[in-house]
Design a protein. Structure first.
Ligand SMILES: [Fe+2]
Length: 164
C-alpha cells in the first residue's frame, strides 16, 4: 500500500493548501463585493478541508496523543529554528514588508506553541476546564482569557477566536 499512502499524502497536502487558499480567495471576493463567489470559495474550502482530513486519517499516520504531541513539538521547533529565520532574511533582502511581518509573526509565536505542546506532553489532561484564545492576526495563543491587547500585534481581546 505504499503507493496508496503516497497518493493520500499528496492529496492531503494539496487539499490542505487549497482549503487555505480558497479561504483567502473568499476574503478577496468579499472585498470586491462578490458575496456569492465568496460563499462558493468558503464552501469549496470546507469540502477540501474534509477531504484532507479523510486522506490523512486513511493514510494512518495518527499515533497516540503523546506521540502526536512529540511529533508536533519536533515540527514546530524545526520551523522556528530552521524555517523562519532564513525566510525572514530573504523577505528583508526582497524588501517584502508584508511577507516579513507574516513570517516574523510565525516565528514569534513558535515559542508560545512549543510551550503549550511541551506542557501537554507532561500532562495532556491539564486545564481541561478552560478555553484557548487565538489571535487572528499573529496566531498568538492564550489560555483562560484573551489579553486586553495581543502582546505581539496589538489586536483587541474581542477579536481573539475562542477554541474550546
Ligand atoms: Fe496577535
Amino acid at each position: 500500500m505504499p503507493k496508496t499512502v503516497d497518493n493520500l499524502m499528496k492529496m492531503f497536502t494539496s487539499g490542505s493548501e487549497s482549503s487555505i487558499r480558497y479561504r483567502v480567495f473568499a476574503e478577496a471576493a468579499d472585498k470586491e463585493g462578490h458575496s456569492n463567489a465568496a460563499k462558493i470559495f468558503r464552501a469549496i474550502a470546507t469540502a477540501k478541508m474534509f477531504h484532507a482530513l479523510s486522506h490523512f486519517r486513511a493514510a494512518n499516520f495518527v499515533d497516540s496523543t503523546t506521540e502526536n504531541l512529540k511529533q508536533a513539538l519536533e515540527e514546530e521547533t524545526y520551523d522556528c529554528k530552521n524555517g523562519y529565520p532564513s525566510m525572514i532574511q530573504d523577505a528583508v533582502a526582497d524588501a517584502a514588508l508584508e511577507a516579513r511581518h507574516s513570517l516574523e509573526y510565525g516565528m514569534s509565536i513558535g515559542p508560545v506553541i512549543t510551550r503549550f505542546i511541551s506542557s501537554a506532553i507532561g500532562n495532556p489532561d491539564a486545564d481541561e476546564g478552560g478555553c484557548y484564545y487565538v489571535c487572528p492576526v499573529c496566531g498568538n495563543i492564550e489560555f483562560g482569557q484573551p489579553p486586553a491587547k495581543c502582546p505581539f500585534c496589538g489586536v483587541d481581546a474581542t477579536d481573539f477566536v475562542e477554541v474550546a
